[in-house]
Design a protein around this ligand. Structure first.
Ligand code: S3P
Ligand code: PEP
Length: 413
């Protein structure tokens, strides 16, 4: 049995940094994730004039309800979509000219519905190249607030950004949402806003965010459930047992629901008050599963699917095509390279038995600079000798120590 300590949640750390920066007072974040995405977010705040004190186990942020402390800044958001979508939104609440850019990978990813909504709210936001993509400049003069309509069918992060902004507006925000993916991430946002003193009223697809700002607090970051998924999948695939402390029935992250998928496939799963255990049984059934709510775990499932006794069909995951890479095609191409039988459609992927099955042949995985492709196929590697990666280091986005931790698990399974 292996007990695995998983680093902090990327999503929770990013929100906590926003909330801490926006709050009135000094906030202490316990056990934040230290990775490229979250370090990039913190650096962005520093560029915007916030004081962020960082020790390995705790980050401290001096909040500024009035917005950035500088009137001009140039912020580089790296590969992080939370950074690239949340920080320009935070900057809009301030007074100054703030330019944002991102890596080539992040520049390709969309944010038009968010920038449109900000403009509808009166924010002067200018794209430098393509509409709805970085680089962009926010000429901020505070946000009055009011009503806005948002299509979050491509990314829930647009909605999270606006919800987080709401309490910093003068009149509050009413957001009417026409479509929404990754809905559990919005629940994380609402729960965390509550911890910082703000209660959002929700009536179906309409969210009412009161003005009045946030209260500083001390906030402990829970382990990352998407990261934990690789370790749970490893147990299910090998017949081993993995326990992750700190993720239990009270967890905020919807991605912990990935263990229900593993349970349906035949693994034994125990979700306790403050820990989750997955035990592989030697059985791995095929299944059809819609992953709209937990699509960061789609590659994890795809990577163990060739070992299932029946077809694995993953549906309703169109927006995985606009992540760090086109994840549906990246999974399909890499699986085929290993000898698996795979088909994809606009929003689905199906992996069927009858390919090379347990005799998958090792090959170099093309990472497409996507941490999840690497971490997922590392799980495949537990039963397929000879898997290597063209860019193993891209795991730094969410888990710089992944290869060491996963190697240590391999020895204990
Ligand atoms: O809000 C968040 O922290 C996230 C929301 C999800 O994105 P989408 O809403 O774009 O699917 C998820 O894939 C991403 O890793 C983190
Ligand atoms: C999609 C992801 O990241 P983000 O959208 O936050 O860049 C991810 O971590 O899988």
């Amino acid at each position: 049995m292996a007990v695995v300590q998983i680093p902090g949640s990327k999503s929770v750390t990013a929100r906590a940094l926003f909330l801490a920066a926006a709050a009135d007072g000094v906030t202490t974040l316990l056990r934040p994730l230290r990775s490229d995405d979250t370090e990039g977010f913190a650096e962005g705040l520093v560029r915007l004039g916030y004081r962020v004190g960082r020790t390995p186990d705790a980050w401290q942020v001096d909040g500024r309800p009035q917005g950035p402390a500088v009137t001009e800044a140039d912020v580089y958001c790296r590969d992080g979509a939370t950074t690239a979508r949340f920080l320009p939104t935070l900057a809009a609440a301030g007074h100054g000219t703030y330019r944002f850019d991102a890596s080539p990978q992040m520049r390709r990813r969309p944010l038009l519905p968010l920038t449109r909504a900000l403009r509808d709210l009166g924010v002067d936001l200018r794209h430098e190249e393509a509409e709805g993509h970085h680089p962009l400049t926010v000429v901020a003069a505070g946000v009055e607030g009011g009503e806005v309509t948002l299509d979050a069918g491509q990314s829930s992060q647009y909605l999270t950004a606006l919800l987080l902004l709401g309490p910093l507006t003068r009149a509050g925000l009413r957001i009417a949402v026409t479509d929404l993916v990754s809905a559990p991430y919005v629940e994380i946002t609402l729960a965390m806003m509550r911890e910082f003193g703000v209660e959002v009223r929700r009536d179906g697809n309409v969210f009412d965010v009161p003005p009045g700002g946030y209260r500083a607090t001390t906030y402990a970051i829970e382990p990352d459930a998407s990261t934990a998924g690789y370790f749970f999948a490893a147990a299910a695939l090998t017949g081993g047992e993995v326990t992750v402390p700190g993720l239990g029935t009270g967890a905020l992250q919807g991605d912990l629901g990935f263990v229900d998928v593993l349970r349906r496939m035949g693994a034994e799963v125990t979700v306790g008050a403050d820990a989750t255990t997955v035990r592989g049984t030697g059985r791995l059934n095929g299944l059809t599963v819609a992953m709209r709510d937990i699509s960061d775990t789609m590659p994890t499932l795809a990577a163990i699917a060739p070992f299932a006794s029946g077809p694995v069909r993953i549906e309703d995951v169109a927006n995985t095509r606009v992540k760090e890479c086109d994840r549906l095609e990246a999974c399909a191409q890499n699986l085929r390279r290993l000898g698996a039988t795979v088909e994809t459609g606009p929003d689905w992927i199906e992996i069927r038995p009858g390919g090379a099955a347990d005799g998958l042949v090792g090959a170099e995985i093309t990472s497409y600079g996507d941490h999840r492709i690497v971490m997922s196929f590392a799980v495949t590697g537990l039963r397929t000798p000879g898997i290597s990666f063209d860019d193993p280091g891209c795991v730094r986005k969410t888990f710089p120590g992944f290869h060491e931790e996963f190697g240590a698990l391999r020895a204990r399974l």
